[in-house]
Design a protein around this ligand. Structure first.
Ligand code: ATP
Ligand code: MG
Length: 427
């Protein structure tokens, strides 16, 4: 066991918040140790730190049972998070600038799995049991902040060095226990840019069909992470290669992935909706696939709306150079225009197309609101005040006036009324 003196040198972490989270996890481990317990950092944070990445959060694992954790920190300073799984939330001290409790989980081994997702019962155990019940070797590491050592029961460090994702123990058994792990494998391989060990991959191919027992919410959670990843296109290739796509993203085919790879490479950051719009645009039936994914991944109405805006508007943006302003303007005032702009920009850049349409839109979007979307010269009320009888032509007149207003042909309400008088007289 090597000493890793600088591994958790918090100077390296991205945000002040994550530095505080680490200090709090260290404090908790040291309090537990002072009370005669073993307490380690566990799982994702150890993996990320060893990779030189900023952890997202710090989880603590200990031999203290949940009641003992509550006794040590005081009941009022703890929350019974997932009591049945032995997880207690420890609240940060008042003076700490940390908003969230730290998860402290008792070492455990999981009992039988009968539903393909969750163990029927858990048994508290020791650190080694706890490492063995975890999914992948690189997720099975502990770090002891007291003597600054990695504790590795599963050869996770070697896999981490090689960039290999491998189940802890027999892959067939581990995927049989919990089918979600198959999709977690894709997620971790994608976000970490790791390859999947051959036996682990072969086992996923064999069991891929069983991914159907996993809930839409869980599929959505994992797939959002894949799509947001810098390596999203590789992730989708992997999904297809492992045979998981019929239940997760039906309609995606290897043939779609080359264009998608080029587009995703040019996206501006890993924002979900515009990235997902690019994925759906690369697929054959974009509209149908959008409706399908929205259900299948339980997308929120807002996510779905943004994706639809992007897939339907990007073309008008890319080709905006010679479009009449009255045709372009209603698209630029769409509430989700920013997503469509990101999508259009990625495709235009990736395909080496002229950026003139994009530039025109970008310029217009920088105008003040009054210029981008001036109040209408005419409304139905104004027409009525001028003696026009409400009827089927009203809408058409208002629409035509609006177009002429935007294109600079009508400049005042008087001109607009005059124009309506002329065309209504001719009807
Ligand atoms: P992230 O950075 O995405 O949070 P993570 O490794 O912390 O990555 P979590 O889903 O937060 O992932 O889970 C925390 C740890 O719990 C994992 O590292 C793994 O050891 C274990 N774990 C989580 N889900 C499972 C599962 N389905 N089967 C076995 N072990 C799991
Ligand atoms: Mg985590």
């Amino acid at each position: 066991m090597n000493a890793h003196r600088d591994l958790f040198d918090s100077e390296r972490w991205r945000s002040a918040e994550i530095v505080s989270a680490q200090q709090e996890a260290s404090r908790i481990c040291s309090v537990l140790r002072d009370h005669g317990h073993i307490a380690y950092f566990a799982g994702g944070c150890v993996r990320d730190a060893l990779l030189g990445r900023s952890p997202k959060d710090f989880d603590v694992a200990t031999d203290a049972v949940p009641d003992r954790v509550r006794e040590v920190f005081g009941r009022r300073k703890t929350l019974a998070f997932g009591a049945s799984f032995g997880v207690i939330g420890v609240l940060p001290p008042k003076k700490a600038d940390l908003a969230t409790p730290t998860e402290v989980a008792t070492f455990r081994s999981d009992g039988d799995y009968s539903d393909g997702r969750r163990p029927d019962e858990v048994h508290f155990g020791d650190a080694e049991n706890d490492a063995q019940r975890r999914d992948f070797t690189v997720n099975g590491l502990f770090y002891d902040p007291g003597d600054k050592r990695i504790i590795d029961y599963v050869d996770g460090e070697a896999d981490l060095k090689r960039g290999v994702l491998r189940t802890i123990g027999d892959p067939a058994r581990r995927f049989d226990e919990d089918k979600l792990r198959m999709l977690r494998a894709v997620r971790f391989a994608t976000t970490l840019d790791f390859s999947i060990d051959a036996d682990t991959a072969a086992s996923i191919r064999e069991h891929a069909e069983e991914i159907r027992v996993v809930s839409a919410e869980r599929i959505g959670t994992e797939m959002r992470r894949v799509i947001k990843s810098q390596h999203a296109a590789d992730g989708l290739r992997l999904l297809v290669d492992l045979g998981l796509e019929p239940a997760v993203l039906p309609g995606i085919a290897n043939g779609d992935l080359d264009a998608l790879t080029r587009w995703l490479a040019k996206r501006d950051g890993g924002e979900f909706e515009s990235s997902m719009a690019l994925v759906l645009m690369a697929m054959d039936d974009t509209n149908q696939s959008t409706a399908d994914v929205s259900q299948r991944w339980r997308l929120s109405n807002e996510e779905t709306r943004r994706i639809r805006a992007a897939t339907s508007l990007w073309h008008s943006i890319a080709d905006a150079e010679d479009t009449a302003w009255s045709t372009l303007q209603p698209k630029l005032i769409d509430r989700d225009i920013e997503f469509a702009m990101r999508v259009a920009s990625a495709v235009v850049i990736a395909e080496g197309r002229s950026a003139k349409g994009l530039d025109r839109c970008r310029d217009a979007l920088a105008w003040e609101r009054q210029k981008l979307d001036p109040p209408p010269l005419l409304t139905g009320d104004v027409l009525r005040e001028h003696g026009f009888q409400p009827g089927p032509s009203f809408r058409d007149w208002l629409h035509s006036v609006r177009r002429r207003q935007l294109d600079g042909e009508l400049e005042s309400t008087e001109q607009a009324i005059e124009w309506v008088r002329e065309i209504s007289a001719g009807q």
